[in-house]
Design a binder for this molecule. Sequence first.
Ligand code: KG4
Ligand code: ZN
Length: 348
Amino acid sequence: MILGIETSCDETAAAVLAPSGAVLSNVVVSQDVHRLYRGVVPEIASREHVRKLAPAVKGALADAGASLDDVSAVAVTAGPGLVGSLLVGVTFAKSVALARGLPLLGVNHLEGHVLSPVLEAPDLAPPIVVLVASGGHTLLVHVRALEHLDVVGRTRDDAAGEAFDKVAVLLGLGYPGGAALERHAEGGDPRAFDLPRARLEPDALDFSFSGIKTAVRFLLERDPDAGEEPRSHDLAASFQAAMAGVLVEKTMRAAERFDVPAVALAGGVAANRSLRTALEAACAERRLRFVAPRLAYCGDNAAMIAFAGMHRLARGERSGMALDADPSLPLGSVANRAPRKRHARVSG
Ligand code: KG4
Ligand code: ZN
């Protein structure tokens, strides 16, 4: 069995996978305390991970009906993320691996997100285009092989979830407000407000969401009534439609450009039903397979980290005790290509 650990941001997570890749347990402990500050406070996040990680690991082992004796490898998120938060997970994983003489695998958090659709649908074979949309990241990845991930598009400013969260705050819906904004948009008219959909250069696969968010802010300054009932429902629906429109358009452009038969969605924003539905419809129109993992695998979780670690282990990779947290660990084909030397620092 493989033990996965994830502490890159504000979720403390541990999971146990069977050697087949089946998820035996998937524990995610959220840190609600950050709501008070309308954003993740790094220092608090690290302290919460210190308090919650050991119970999360114990819980994951208990849910799997297993003990540490059954664990044959430990996979941990080494980056990107908040350095203090990452260090808690990396140090914990190193301690378990050292004490038990187990192989240790450092995993890129984004690699976990990118592979989560394959965790859900093991028959989903590359090539695939995966859209990862979360609170911290928005990227399009061309998965040529499970160990060959090419980032072909990324946000140049806000992440998609960040834009949802900022607009939710503007509409007084709290933080993090993506899910609340979706609920608020129900019954609203998505055509009521014409928001700009920054497209950057023609053909670009990069995203830019700050324009949409700023347009909402200016609109509310000019016309504060748009932020009040009942028009705020229309504004939320229009914003959501603009976001989904841009995300679907770029994802389809990438699918066509790289001529893939399948498209997948990952990251916390994948919880958004209007995005899922729009992407599913666009895929059906083009006869592309569409996979969106269950929500437990979309948000930050350790099952996806254990899964990515399992594939690295199968390729003969080991991280060794020199594994370090790297807050800006890049995801890229070069970094993913070769098996790592023992004691090499994980860099991608
Ligand atoms: O992947 P995730 O759990 O954490 C990271 O950011 O890594 O994603 C959380 C993000 C938040 O920005 C949250 O507002 C957004 O996903 N989100 C949603 C929805 N549910 C969560 N955004 C839009 N619609 C939703 N239903
Ligand atoms: Zn994430």
